[in-house]
Design a protein around this ligand. Sequence first.
Ligand code: AMP
Length: 144
Amino acid sequence: MRISDILRVKGERVVTVSPEADVTELLAVLAEHRIGAVVVARDGRVEGIVSERDVVRALADRGAAVLTEPVAAIATAQVRSVTRDAAVHDVERLMTERRFRHVPVIEDGALRGVVSIGDVVKFRIDELETERHSLEEYITGERA
Ligand code: AMP
């Protein structure tokens, strides 16, 4: 199964924030959309990714002054992205090894979606359910 299978269900919408927006605005965006990370982009070009973890770390380091700093000051500039044809299992491994929970889907410089660890776990549960169902049918000889 491919990342495109996940995007077909969840859609290609990506929430972005400009690098000049301040951290308070970023928090409002995260809260409004009930998400844990946003892509930092300028004129459609990806310049980074910033997650709630970056905010927590910066707050622990520098205190409330962080809230008026630009998003670019706390974002990760080196974004690891994948393409739509990436295998879900490879992306799962990437997230586990690199310890991040979000991966933007970028093709020819254009954002095509974001996959979170939650999307991957949901996909895996659905996959295991289908497998279990097929095995049950195989063992009992019954078709539901
Ligand atoms: P997360 O687990 O996604 O909340 O992010 C943990 C850390 O990894 C934060 O510092 C993020 O800025 C960074 N991060 C998240 N996703 C990516 C990604 N796809 N590429 C590079 N860094 C990322």
